[in-house]
Design a protein around this ligand. Sequence first.
Ligand SMILES: NC(=O)CCC(=O)C(=O)O
Length: 305
Amino acid sequence: MFALKPAPTFKPFTLALVQLGQIGSDKAANLKHAREMILKAAGGENNAGSKPDLVVLPECFNSPYGHVHFPVYAETIGYTPGKEYNTANTPSESVKTLSETAKEAGVWLLGGTIPERDDSDGKVYNTATVYNPKGDLVAIHRKVHLFDIDIPGKIKFKESETLTGGSSINYFDTEFARIGLGICYDVRFPELAMINARKGCQVLIYPGAFNTTTGPLHWELLQRSRAVDNQVFFSMCSPARDLSAGYHAWGHSMVVDPMGHILSEAKEGEEIIYAKIDPEVFKEARAGIPVTTQRRFDVYPDVSA
Ligand SMILES: NC(=O)CCC(=O)C(=O)O
């Protein structure tokens, strides 16, 4: 079992997902647009009725999505988990932009993912970065499971041509919840979500970019499954669909509650969606269907760690 500091008391909060469009080959333009949309999400009118506490961007928001692009757009972050990080001196223009924008907007920001080069090993990762409302970089997650698939006649994709998989499981604490991280294809591996849930995460959020083949089959199914099997809020934030791009993202960013209800869902285009996260729903789900206390680790001890 895990020796951890207790999770923060789960409090109501508002989540905003930015289903970002206009992601092209000009990184500076991508960053500029991302900044505008974060500020819009943080300041604009919304159906949740309050300023969001946490804003989320999609996977690979600063570059086109494809293995040939990752090394070209990769930036060095140099973040060590648990160590203070000075974003004022960061070599990464994406980290600088996200840090400044989180501070300007006064929100927590899960800044989607960017291709990250680790100078210590020269490897490139698909990495999510997280900022508090002061603009401090407080957590990263490197995509653990690389998206290598081949569905004949439909889609072939091989992130491992240029990316390396991360090797840690990550979450961050806010004043309203413990939030577990994953990235896109990571959602297909229930173990990752399960471990974060058992570490006390009440909410799991994965920037993602499914496609028009697997999206209609599994995007909603997997999110509702991870939500229900862990009795947590689960959310994925996609880029908008762009049929002129090399990769056609599915869109449909969504937020699911611990009973499997979809609280909010985008369509295909650029859109900001909001959801009120209510801890009562989490408590009621766990009290009514108490699987979190009914596990039989005596029967399956190999997954009890
Ligand atoms: N970016 C990704 O990891 C895509 C994952 C995906 O589409 C899937 O079907 O899984």
